[in-house]
Design a protein around this ligand. Sequence first.
Ligand SMILES: [Zn+2]
Length: 440
Amino acid sequence: MGSDHTHRRWSHLQKVLERSGPFCRPDFEPSSETLKFLMENCKLLVIGAGGLGCELLKDLALMGFRQIHVIDMDTVELSNLNRQFLFRHKDIGSSKAEIAAKFINARVSGCNVVSHFCKIQDKDEAFYRQFHIVVCGLDSIVARRWINGMLISLLVYEDGEIDPSSVIPMVDGGTEGFKGNARVILPGLSACIECTLDLYPPQVTFPLCTIANTPRLPEHCIEYVKVIQWPKENPFDCAIDGDDPQHINWIYEKATERAAQFGIQGLTYRLVQGVVKHIIPAVASTNAAIAASCATEVFKLATSCCASLNNYMVLNNIEGIYTYTYEAEKKDDCLACSQVPREIEIKDPNWKLKDLIELLCERSDLQMKNPGLTANINGKNKTLYMHTVQSIEEKTRENLQKTLQDLGLRDGIELNVADVTTPNTVTLKLKFSQTDVEML
Ligand SMILES: [Zn+2]
């Protein structure tokens, strides 16, 4: 920061960090050390190098952060180029994280972005522990839940109190079309992703019987071709590739036939593309606004110059521009951050294990994907159902049809549940309804 040029480059930040003001946090002490910490020591992890990720990397680098890591498992696609501005046509097929890091490092002198071309699940606790703040620009709820669980698992408790130095704040941005949100999560201290899981509607899936027998929507016809007709007729001798126009055309033609058969209107080529690729419409300006909010929150957390967002900001640009902030509440029995086993009420003593697994997937506050279950019954650890290892799946499959009672599950028994939505197993406590306990 010696030369005049670099002095001027950061002079706006210096105004904020080297002077006090009415909006400063009470514990904020103006100092030239803060900018030094921000530039030299503060280590950030950006998760996702897509629409939000490109904006985040640009914002953070221009704000003076230099120790930035970025992780993304995806490669650049043609359809990204209209908004993911760190990528060019020649980058198609290359790692988003690598290209984005290279671009920022070349464009913003002094910045050192390190890329990781992999899944977040490929990294361990030691990797995540090195960061001061984690920023997420993700489009996947499962990935959000997983990183949330990871940061919670890094918390250190002493006599029931969280060691503040073990808290890694998570700033999370999300967009869908003209809507977006930004939130600040202090793991263990404020509402986490699982505390507010009911905010995410479960993914729309159509029941197979509707698709096959009573289609009402153009989407039903497209799903029918995708799930039933394609595997049966196997027109191109391969799996569906959403980027192959021949594939989309075939599905479009077959779905149109089916729609005509049932008198369903509104089937278009674009809709076929959308359903097949699960496209969420992306709007560049929404990404820019949400990423800017997230980057500002990172800056506030890193410097304590101003109070953080408390804790959930909503942006809606569908009609005019509308935004508000509210405080999402931490749940006392949150599956991820409360350390209290969640009670699951069993109303019917004749419930089978498969019914319990369905409940874990369907409940809006759990939304598991494919849970595996073990329990300690009479002092013995018993695997009830596990799908991840084929031999165990085969051995435990018959348990799905057994009643909880036959499996030895009683009131108060704790189940250990493993699922893709969490890096660690979670504990659920079975609570049989009163009348049922008497019947047992
Ligand atoms: Zn929570």
